[in-house]
Every structure is written in structure tokens, then in C-alpha cells.
Design a protein. Structure first.
Length: 115
């Protein structure tokens, strides 16, 4: 499941990179998209870290990394909310929801391993 989360974060980062190119003349939109791309890079990193600590049965740390990965998209949504008139793209909302659901499943699995 963590691999699905990593794939989601990676794909979303690629999607955002393409959107940055499309927003060539809109500096605000480019900045918001860059911030979002950074958040999904951080989510990817957190998921990668969770794999490393899971390999040595450090369930508490894995849980924290996965929780962080599921929360990074909130920073992206908040970036859009700071700028009135810039709507949160529905494609991005779907990707955010997908990552959060994946992370919720992983958290449940980690809880069951830590008993």
C-alpha cells in the first residue's frame, strides 16, 4: 500500500509540474503550484522513510511518517485558500483524497502490526 501512496505522490508532483508550465503568465498560480509540488515531494519522502523504519519494526516512527504524508496535501489546499479567486482544481482534490485514503489504510495496517 505504501507503494501506491508513493506512486500517488509522484504522479501528483508530475501533474503539478505540468500545470506550472501551463501557467506561464500567471505568477501567483505558478507559485501556488510550486508550493503544492513541494508538499507532494515531502509526502513522497515521508512515505519512503516509513518503508525504511518499517523494515526494522519501528512502528511508531512509521506511523508518524505516514501520518505526515497524509497531511502534506492540506498544505497544498491551504496554499490555494490563501489566494482569493484561485480555485482548488478538482483533479488535485481527487489526488489529495486518494493519498489520504491510502495513508489511512497504511495507518490501519501499522496499527495491526504493532500489537
Amino acid at each position: 500500500m505504501i507503494r501506491y501512496g508513493i506512486a500517488n505522490a509522484t504522479d501528483t508532483n508530475s501533474y503539478l509540474s505540468k500545470q506550472i508550465l501551463c501557467a506561464a503568465n500567471n505568477t501567483v498560480m505558478k507559485a501556488v503550484m510550486r508550493e503544492c509540488a513541494d508538499k507532494y515531494t515531502s509526502a513522497n519522502d515521508a512515505l519512503q522513510n516509513s518503508v525504511q523504519v518499517l523494515s526494522v519494526n519501528m512502528y511508531d516512527y512509521a506511523y508518524l511518517h505516514v501520518m505526515a504524508a497524509g497531511d502534506y496535501p492540506n498544505g497544498c489546499r491551504n496554499a490555494f485558500n490563501r489566494w482569493p479567486g484561485i480555485g482548488y482544481p478538482s483533479e488535485l482534490a481527487l489526488r489529495e483524497d486518494g493519498l489520504k485514503r491510502i495513508c489511512d489504510v497504511v495507518l490501519g495496517i501499522i496499527n495491526s502490526l504493532d500489537r
